[in-house]
Design a protein around this ligand. Structure first.
Ligand SMILES: C[S@@+](CC[C@H](N)C(=O)[O-])C[C@H]1O[C@@H](n2cnc3c(N)ncnc32)[C@H](O)[C@@H]1O
Length: 458
């Protein structure tokens, strides 16, 4: 049994929230039972042993026990993302507002790092849809790009901007997710330290910041486009009050989500606008605390001029070499930034040019590599991507032990077959590159993301 000392005012305030049941909530926080869930990557099917399905997300599964993810090569290959189950409700919202995937859309995940909800959104999108994943804090951008690189798709752009920088992009996005920074009470079970930092004053500060973020991003939502708003807080001020403020300040209508009563999710209504919100309480759901809501924008914020003719002249000979490494090269727009070749789904060429004029772009589609004469020095992103033409490169299948040696950047105990660049793969999933030489292997796994732990048993 875990002894939780909730802040004084916290339980008192929660008692007035819709659907709150103190007994089951406190029990869930005191129980030793750990809930572990993962979301599988639909683009990288694997044989991961899972238990029951998360009811609101077809790719979400609970696990019977918590394995060491660090020592699972499939985790590093991007075959799944470890994510607590309540957050996966965003899939249900996306599916509910867009069941048929008819026309291509542009989606913005405004507060994206470390990338849990970006990989979730990306899983539900087509290559012709665009996902822009933005993170304001520079030091949090690398973990976001790493997670999206592992996911492998080439329809993603990562930016590092303040929400107010999106102001010129009027009506640009069909769906905007604001997974707002919040007071974090929904994570108390996982992060008991967060309890010490909770205060009513901080809830109020978070509320003000949430309003500011939403006001800044509102013009970038298209007319009839959707805003998905979520927090991991239970506080009314950060949830239902924000919905009221949105409906009173802007022309927005609330969208009701179909939910099944046995999911344990509590539907709430904001006091003034009667906007629907969805509350997740540990004890009622198999997951952590979450609040989520969806609204549709009914007005037009005026059009910006997106015409963009910037055209790069690229050497045809180099393009021909780069194309040999790509599965469906005609589906891609290839571009060169400094010496690096990049590829993004062809449909996103104009969007990329537009975003480039206003935002700091940290990742555009997939980095393919650099050319040295007629040879490609392949990039790590290419190894993990779905676009790679596996017939054009060598691939070396590793055992689990060898895969971990590779992910640690250690020497790999293996008989060398072949010469030159080779994918290093585990159960058919690429982990990165190595160069095979006659009597040794040069390990090119990126230093920054290697396994640091020296534990010997896994
Ligand atoms: C709840 S976390 C996002 C989690 C992420 N969506 C996921 O599912 O992995 C909130 C994010 O908002 C960012 N953030 C903090 N202050 C912000 C601000 N003023 N404007 C926009 N984003 C902010 C934080 O750096 C953090 O990455």
């Amino acid at each position: 049994m875990i002894n939780h000392a909730f802040p004084d005012k916290f339980l008192e305030n929660l008692a007035t929230e819709p659907g709150f049941d103190k007994h089951s909530f406190v029990n869930a926080h005191e129980s030793d039972t750990q809930i572990t869930s993962v979301r599988l990557n639909p683009f990288k099917p694997s044989n991961i042993k899972t238990d029951s399905q998360v009811p609101w997300c077809p790719n979400g599964f609970y696990l019977n026990s918590r394995p060491s993810f660090t020592f699972d090569p499939l985790f590093h290959a991007g075959a799944y993302y470890v994510q607590e189950a309540s957050s996966m409700f965003i899939h249900h919202i996306l599916y509910s507002i867009r069941p048929d995937k008819a026309d291509p859309i542009k989606v913005l995940d405004l507060c994206a790092a470390p990338g849990g909800k970006s990989t979730l959104l990306n899983s539900a999108l087509e290559p012709t849809d665009l996902l822009v994943a933005n993170e304001i804090i520079k030091t949090r951008v690398p973990v976001l790009t790493d997670n999206l690189n592992r996911w492998g798709t080439s329809n993603t752009i990562v930016t590092n901007n303040d929400p107010r920088d999106f102001a010129p992009l009027r009506n640009f996005f069909d769906i905007v997710l604001v997974d707002a920074p919040c007071s974090g009470s929904g994570m108390f079970r996982k992060d008991t330290e967060a309890m010490n930092e909770w205060s009513e004053a901080n809830v109020e500060l978070c509320h003000q910041r949430q309003e500011r973020i939403l006001a800044d991003i509102y013009p970038a939502i298209a007319e009839d486009g959707y805003l998905i708003y979520s927090t991991c807080s239970y506080s009314h001020q950060e949830n239902e009050d924000i919905l009221d403020w949105l409906c009173q300040t802007f022309d927005m209508e609330s969208i009701r989500m179909p939910i099944s009563s046995d999911w344990g999710i509590v539907e709430s209504e904001s006091p003034m606008a009667k906007a629907w919100g969805y509350r997740f309480y540990p004890g009622k759901v198999m997951g952590e605390g979450l609040f989520a809501a969806c609204l549709r924008k009914r007005e037009n914020s005026g059009q910006s001029n997106y015409k963009n003719n910037s055209q790069q002249k690229l050497p045809a000979k180099e393009i021909d070499i780069v194309k040999t490494y790509i599965n469906e090269p005609d589906d891609l727009y290839l571009l060169k930034v400094n010496d690096d070749w990049l590829g993004i789904n062809r449909e996103h060429k104009e969007s990329l040019n537009t975003l480039h004029r206003h935002l700091y772009i940290k990742k555009s589609g997939v980095r393919i590599g650099k050319l040295a004469g007629r040879d490609l020095i392949p990039d790590h992103e290419l190894a993990l991507s779905l676009m790679i033409n596996k017939d054009a490169v060598l691939s070396t299948e590793l055992s689990k032990e060898q895969a971990i040696q590779y992910l640690r950047r250690d020497n790999i105990d293996i008989e060398i077959i072949g010469k030159g660049w080779s994918l290093m793969a585990y159960e058919g999933h690429a982990l990165g590159w190595a160069k095979l030489l006659p009597n040794r292997i040069n390990n090119y796994y990126p230093k920054e993301i290697r396994i640091f732990s020296q534990k010997q048993e896994y």
